[in-house]
Design a protein around this ligand. Structure first.
Ligand SMILES: Nc1ncnc2c1ncn2[C@@H]1O[C@H](COP(=O)(O)OP(=O)(O)OP(=O)(O)O)[C@@H](O)[C@H]1O
Length: 342
């Protein structure tokens, strides 16, 4: 049996005054698949999500949800489950009634709406707290109620806008693992907006990278990270070694391009202790190379030098588009040390 894609989006464009927030964006999300829409602040991710949800009138584009065209339908008729940054739970309703709200709004009789809500609450493991009000829950629990509310709609498509942004780092890491399991269980397609590269890798099978309103690369998450299409994408994804060259940019991904402990002893100009070892910058004849050393690799440093060999076949040459956009790559990936100037 072949299922219709959870989402098929073609040629979405949206302008606000002089700002082209999204330009000709086409993407699809298969049933059971999680796709991350990734890009720096202001690149148009939320505009795309809101356009799919029907919260933004499009200048152009066609939206299909679960095989049904919904382009001109109002949000409530599109049958998508939405989770936004602030959860937007009703403070005066119980957890159960918050989750039952969607089915109730679509005319489902109360006992059946409650049954659907309990099923969704069981999925996020919050059935025990169904009688509480949102204020009596932790941030992570509220997050899960918001997810349950989206799940209770039974929609083929879930849209999540920075769903973990209000949580602390430890809770985010825990919830990422929970979300991955949950997405696998429910079988809906998920389109997730994030500016956090690690979140995209942790949650999504496929990523779509946006820059200044345009889609710049899409593909399986591991492929996009291993083979960024341009220097800007590489830098945005957190690759530290993107060096300008006369013919473009050279990308060295140390895990594949560099062998430690053999070869030329390179002086280290920066050494920074991290939670797992050290981040160092080695002066290699081909250019400065930033390396994250594990605690086990740190003893390879001798008298401020590190022996390393670069495999030239693994150094990628990419078009250097870093200076051309109106929005540069964002900050380094959260938790990564900022690259220090030499
Ligand atoms: N209602 C609006 N009116 C005018 N401009 C808007 C409106 N909504 C968004 N924009 C502009 O459109 C561009 C894209 O915004 P959007 O919110 O889609 O970006 P984003 O990638 O989701 O950003 P963030 O990660 O910061 O949420 C921005 O320049 C933004 O200022």
């Amino acid at each position: 049996m072949s299922l219709a894609p959870a989402l098929k989006l073609q040629g979405l464009s949206k302008r606000f005054g002089t700002v082209q927030a999204a330009q000709d964006i086409s993407l699809s999300v298969e049933a059971g698949e999680t796709v991350a829409l990734l890009g720096p602040s202001g690149c148009g991710k939320s505009t795309v999500l809101r356009g799919v949800a029907g919260l933004e009138r499009l200048d152009a584009g066609r939206v299909e949800v679960g095989g049904r065209e919904v382009t001109t339908l109002p949000p409530e008729a599109r049958h998508v489950g939405l989770v936004f940054q602030d959860y937007a739970l009703f403070p005066h309703l119980s957890v159960l009634d918050n989750v039952a709200y969607g089915p109730r709004m679509r005319g489902t009789p109360r006992p059946q709406a409650w049954a659907q809500a309990r099923e969704a609450l069981a999925l996020v493991e919050l059935l025990d707290l169904q009688r509480r009000q949102p204020a009596q829950l932790s941030g992570g629990q509220q997050q899960r109620v918001a997810l349950a509310r989206a799940l209770a709609t039974g929609s083929p498509l879930l849209l999540l806008d920075e769903p973990l942004s209000n949580l602390d780092e430890q809770r985010r890491t825990e919830l990422r693992a929970e979300l991955r399991r949950l997405f696998a269980r429910v079988g809906a397609g998920v389109l997730l907006v994030t500016h956090d590269q690690r979140e995209a890798l942790a949650l999504a099978g496929r990523v779509v990278v946006m820059r200044a309103g345009r889609l710049v690369q899409q593909g399986p998450a591991a492929d996009v990270f291993a083979r960024p299409a341009t220097a800007w994408v590489a830098a945005f994804l957190g690759h530290a070694n993107v060096l300008a060259r006369p013919d473009g940019a050279a990308l060295w991904i140390p895990e594949t391009a560099v062998t430690l402990g053999t070869g030329e002893p390179c002086p280290l100009t920066v050494r920074q202790t991290t939670g797992s070892g050290e981040t160092v910058t080695a002066q290699h004849p081909l250019g400065p190379l930033t390396l994250h050393l594990s605690a086990r690799e740190v003893p390879l440093i001798e008298a401020g030098r590190l022996r390393l060999t670069v495999n030239p076949a693994q150094v990628m040459t990419l078009p250097d588009d870093r200076g051309t956009g109106d929005q540069g790559p964002g900050n380094p990936a959260p938790g990564e040390p900022a690259a220090e100037q030499l």
